[in-house]
Ligand binder design. Structure first.
Ligand SMILES: Nc1ncnc2c1ncn2[C@@H]1O[C@H](COP(=O)(O)O)[C@@H](OP(=O)(O)O)[C@H]1O
Ligand SMILES: [Mg+2]
Ligand SMILES: [Mg+2]
Ligand SMILES: [Mg+2]
Length: 357
């Protein structure tokens, strides 16, 4: 199935860049900035994330059954993960052959006797495309960073996951796209239509559009919440307790006078939720002393929050440093919030950490 998906991409991706025909209908200023700076990158990134999201959805429909869940069989997510990375890297290579990619996956798990069954599902083309993601990252030049499926646990549960692609230039995130196939398009109608794509280019604001493949979706600007007081805030956190310390997060919320229960959600959909004001705060207090966050888990969300008027830092208020390599080794944990309440959130984080010592 994957081989077919990628082969059809190979033939169809003299991409017409239909997305380039699209202009966000906000203001004239926006349109011209848009076309001048990273316009091609923006369109290609949207196209890549849309197509990778389609691969994930197709794999979920065909391969995930009650049986794969009870057997804790991870092969469907592996197939989707590799498939999405292959698709994105293939599209990036066609349009930006000189740009390296920092991708989460490599083809190690498909090799050897253990990988025989999975290996039979993929072709040489896919292996080659996946391994375009082995770049070391760093402070100079351009590279992309990709998380083909962020929130693999959420994907398996049929809940939130995201396809995340960002462009880093000289150590800073300049473009971010997050595709959220299971996120309601409008949170005031949570049982309604699903599938959101968020995109931000440095200095141009953050936008959301329906996740689709016809490339002509209308974009609307997104902004963080305007809530003035933390007591009215909603915070979100990982579903997985190993990824973020639920009890520290709860202590911080108490200090901030938050009474509403946390919204637990997998993946960078949490950044998307804060960016459009569904929630005010994203807390990711580290559980482990040794875990180092990865750039592909945060790059897209980081620029989308900033461009939507919010702020992101680590637990000590230090901006996330994407210039080091594949990891955020200079940072610990993550806090994102709307700008008005950000300083107050960071001081509650500091107080909670000091009390825990
Ligand atoms: N101990 C840990 N602490 C923090 N994050 C972790 C972790 N172990 C794994 N992760 C990362 O958490 C991501 C999911 O985040 P969230 O909990 O917000 O959904 C995973 O992304 P993948 O699902 O792409 O592997 C993985 O990279
Ligand atoms: Mg991830
Ligand atoms: Mg992943
Ligand atoms: Mg992973």
């Amino acid at each position: 199935m994957l081989a077919r998906a990628v082969r059809s991409l190979a033939t169809s991706t003299t991409i017409t860049l239909r997305s380039l025909n699209y202009r966000p209908l906000t203001s004239a200023r926006n349109i011209s900035t848009h076309l001048a700076y990273l316009a091609k990158e923006r369109a290609v990134a949207i196209e890549a994330v849309e197509r990778a999201s389609q691969v994930c959805q197709a794999v979920f429909k065909r391969l995930i059954t009650a049986e794969t869940l009870t057997k804790k069989d991870k092969s469907p997510v592996t197939v989707a993960d590799f498939g999405a990375q292959a698709v994105v890297n293939h599209i990036l290579e066609q349009h930006f052959p000189d740009d390296p990619v920092v991708g989460e996956e490599d083809s190690k798990d498909l090799q050897g006797e253990d990988g025989r069954v999975l290996r039979e599902k993929v072709t040489e083309l896919i292996l080659r495309a996946i391994d375009r993601g082995q770049y070391a990252g760093g402070p100079q030049g351009r590279h992309w960073t990709l998380d083909p499926i962020d929130g693999t646990k959420g994907f398996l549960r049929g809940e939130q996951f995201a396809v995340c692609l960002a462009l880093i230039i000289d150590g800073q995130v300049h473009l971010g796209v997050v595709g959220c196939p299971n996120l309601p398009y409008d949170m005031s109608n949570p049982d309604g239509e699903r599938g959101v794509l968020m995109v931000a280019v440095k200095g141009q604001g953050a936008f959301q559009r329906r996740l689709s493949t016809d490339g002509i979706e209308r974009e609307t600007p997104v902004h963080v919440s305007s809530v003035q007081s933390t007591s009215d805030a909603v915070f979100c956190e990982s579903v997985e307790a190993q990824h973020s310390d639920h009890s520290s997060n709860a202590n911080i919320a108490r200090l901030l006078g938050i009474t509403k229960p946390s919204v637990r959600m997998d993946s960078q959909c949490k950044y998307a939720s804060v960016a459009r004001g569904d929630a005010e705060i994203y807390l990711r207090l580290p559980v482990s002393e040794t875990y180092v966050e990865k750039i592909w888990d945060h790059a897209s969300g980081n620029i989308i929050i900033h461009e939507a008027g919010g702020r992101v830092s680590d637990i000590n208020g230090k901006p996330l440093d994407f210039s080091i390599g594949r990891t955020l080794s200079a940072n610990k944990g993550v806090v994102a919030a709307s700008a008005k309440i950000f300083d107050e959130v960071i001081s509650a984080v500091q107080t909670t950490l000091a009390n825990a010592k």
